[in-house]
Unconditional design. Sequence first.
Length: 235
Amino acid sequence: MTARSKPMTARKILVVEDEAPIRQMIAFNLTRAGFEVAEAEDCSSARRRIADSRPDLVLVDWMLPDSSGLELTRTLRRDETSREVPIIMLTARAEERDKVLGLDGGADDYITKPFSPRELLSRINALLRRAAPPADEELVAGELRLDPVSHRVHVGESEVTVGPTEYRLLKFLMENRDRVYTRAQLLDFVWGQNVYVEERTVDVHVRRLRKVLEPSGTDRYVQTVRGAGYRFSTR
């Protein structure tokens, strides 16, 4: 048995900004505030970042070298895997018509440069609070449904019997779909940071969960990411 490092519970924010000093300043302040930060300097690298691991929120600069941040926002809103991700647009454009254009294009909020780190953090936290689903909201993926109130799992109209640990594992993965978690992170989030068990314990419970879901074909949603860990995805 091995002791594990401090759990990684930070919400992930992607900063899409082509000016390195501004991007690094934003990343520094967000990291200091407890967020996990990914950076991208243009639209194409932002799309790759999002495809690898969906962020909890995206900060997008309007003016980017390969395309506009507005076009990136529209693209993300058209994609099923990213359409629900909160987006804040960053820009020097302060005209009302520009703000309307940005919000109509899919941005959830709009902040003009220059801005203070405190204002940006307040906007981010407010948006994340609004985006968070209620604790009792049913989680749905295709035919698979998890009801956190009754602690029941259904595939179609049939109830699926899962053990308590498999239930917690499935619930956590469904709440954070399309994000990859290492075994150590899953141990911290699902088992608790004060429980000392081996990381291969995660593999055992993933196999049990897949076995229960296999008859319905929904086991394919619990995916192994080679060299990284596990994720829940319908893709």
